[in-house]
Design a protein around this ligand. Structure first.
Ligand code: APR
Ligand code: PHB
Length: 400
């Protein structure tokens, strides 16, 4: 089998790229190790920056995100028992974020891909990338007990943190940067109305809390927990009790509890790979970088990588220019590092670290106070939260 672009991974990065390339008339095949239901079963963050929504528009898959997504103009911070609103719109000249679950983004992309009749091979486990330094790379994968080969012009490694793509870049070229945090997030999804209209990020003596949502009737809550905790040991009641203890009576006034639809513990990590291209292999999304979820930058970064990759490949096929390909890694990494900085900072500011002494706790409190009292500090949070501006030529053309 042969295609122009072989895409490894049917997560949001791979599927969005496939749709954008299809719109530009560039042939592509997606190879995914899991089944569609398995991919849709993974619960991840749900806050979209404008650039991500613009890319969904460009791909023609944003109808439901516009209809069902919730536009949020602000977030709330809780610390020292008091609530503070960060007015994102007022601080950024009218910008906002859209709350729409990553699962729904993935579902919309899968539906669009199916409707367009594009080739997606599920339960295809990519085992090796070959000849990535030549003009004729190939992807070797196993499906139904048989080994097969997909020949292509380019490979898009959208196969997440545990995929094979990153490992195919020679060790002599690859550099990685990593920070692992000494705690995890215990997430719970429940069909109950959210405790508040806006997201709440809370710094409390018992650990961090995030109150988020998927819709006006479905809530998503997170508690900072030790990495040694096991999800089976957290009953629904234990979760709600701990949430109440951390948030306090005032913030819990409108809390509605109910049975969980899902509970899981995720570790927190900052991770960056450089470069993001080697020969004809491009890395995009979690294959290249991981952010801790505080601030919800993971999906947004995956989307911006895909924006730059779409530009690189349309430059190549439609403009006959190598400029986008040559600049891909640098363009992505500039944005990646700024989102890494923001996610690391927001995590460090809002979580309890066991190694923190009294001085560090006082510094955390002083910084939180400064954040809500200084317009400059609040603006820095707001502009990062809604997403720093980004220049993707194809988006500028559509928005013009
Ligand atoms: N062969 C085929 N598919 C593979 C292989 C392989 N060897 N290895 C991994 N995959 C698939 C996984 O099964 C998964 O469906 O690649 C896909 C990668 O998808 P994601 O992990 O969702 O990664 P990405 O598309 O980059 O999404 C980024 O997800 O984790 C969040 O914070 C992150 O929100 C961000 C988004
Ligand atoms: C979520 O809704 O899952 C979510 C929202 C905001 C975050 C992280 C996760 O910062």
């Amino acid at each position: 089998m042969r295609t122009q672009v072989a895409i490894i991974g049917a997560g949001p990065a791979g599927l969005l790229l496939g749709q954008l390339l299809h719109k530009a008339g560039i042939d592509n095949v997606v190879l995914e190790r899991q089944t569609p239901d398995y991919v849709l079963g993974r619960i991840r963050a749900g806050v979209l920056e404008k650039t991500a929504v613009d890319l969904l528009d460009l791909a023609g898959v944003s109808q439901r995100a516009h209809q069902e997504g919730l536009v949020h103009d602000g977030i709330e911070l809780i610390f020292d028992g008091a609530r503070h609103r960060i007015d994102l719109a007022e601080l950024t000249g009218g910008k906002h974020v859209t709350v729409y679950g990553q699962t729904e983004v993935t579902r919309d992309l899968m539906d669009a891909r199916k409707a367009a009749g594009l080739a997606t091979i599920y339960e295809a486990d990519v085992v090796r990338l070959e000849d990535i330094e030549t003009h004729t790379p190939q992807v070797r994968y196993r499906q139904g007990g048989e080994e097969r080969v997909l020949q292509c012009d380019f490979i898009a490694g959208c196969d997440g943190f545990h995929g094979v793509s990153r490992k195919s870049i020679p060790a002599s070229v690859l550099r990685t940067y990593e920070r692992v945090y000494p705690f995890g997030w215990l997430g719970m999804l429940a069909d109950v109305p959210p405790v508040s209209d806006e997201l709440i990020y809370a710094h409390t003596p018992r650990g961090f809390v995030l109150c988020s949502m998927r819709s006006k009737t479905r809530s998503r809550y997170y508690l900072q927990v030790p990495l040694s905790d096991h999800v089976e040991d957290w009953s629904d009641n234990a979760f709600w009790d701990e949430l109440r203890l951390r948030l306090g009576a005032d913030a819990c006034r409108n809390l509605v509890t109910g049975p969980s639809l899902e509970k899981s513990i995720a570790p927190l990590r900052s991770f960056v790979t450089e470069p993001m291209r080697h020969g004809r292999l491009f890395l995009a999304g979690d294959a290249a970088h991981i952010v801790p979820p505080t601030g919800a930058k993971g999906l947004n970064l995956a989307a911006s990588d895909v924006g730059f990759l779409h530009e690189a490949l349309t430059d190549h096929y439609l403009e006959k220019s190598a400029s986008g390909i040559e600049h891909y890694s640098k363009r992505c990494l500039e944005r990646v590092w700024s989102a890494e900085r923001f996610s690391w900072w927001f995590t460090t500011l809002t979580h309890r670290f066991s190694e923190m002494g009294e001085f560090e706790l006082k510094m955390q409190a002083a910084e939180l106070n400064y954040l809500v009292k200084s317009r400059a500090a609040s603006s820095a949070l707001a502009e990062n939260y809604v997403g720093l501006p980004m220049r993707i030529e194809s988006l500028l053309e559509t928005c013009a």
